[in-house]
Design a binder for this molecule. Sequence first.
Ligand code: 6GU
Length: 204
Amino acid sequence: MHDLRTWTSDVHRTVDDTPYGGGPGMVMRPEPWGQALDAVGAGTLVVPSPVGKPFTQADAHELAALDHLIFACGRYEGIDQRVIDDAASRMPVREVSLGDYVLFGGEVAVIVIMEAVTRLLPGVLGNADSLTEESHAAGLLEAPVYTKPAAWRDREVPDILRSGDHGRIARWRRDQSLLRTAARRPDMMASYPPSSLDKADRKA
Ligand code: 6GU
């Protein structure tokens, strides 16, 4: 981690200034950012921003395959656009957003991105099957999960999960995934390839 104020020269170590064109808030000045990025060197620059492209699991997989990631966390109303344009002339730059809401700054977003990426690195997940299952179920929400005890506060684990019938369990989970996704994420359901639905899926 680096403190951007390392690359300031004024007594107040200023990193922001008023926006050209007017308007509320402050914009991060280009000079400290330019020096900071020069000092850190080349890699893939990830800039968390509410105006970025939505960050997805596919992006997490892409970032996990790269060997040098640089995260530039902006505060205030954002970073002077020339910093991003200048960096993009030397290295890949990805402006990414976590969702349609506004955070104070990119720091917490970067923690989220780091979690999404590092859990994909070889050897990080204890159970490698988790990743295989995840990619198998890609594009749908996962089914509900249960553990022991079989009954808790008068609530029972669905019998099917205790049946030992792996074929029927897989079918049940698939149905639950489809029902959940249709109810909670109609957007995901609409973009789910019809060719990935079999006859039993359509019944669900
Ligand atoms: Cl990635 N950064 C900031 N600052 N705000 C956000 C965001 C990212 N995603 C949604 N809002």
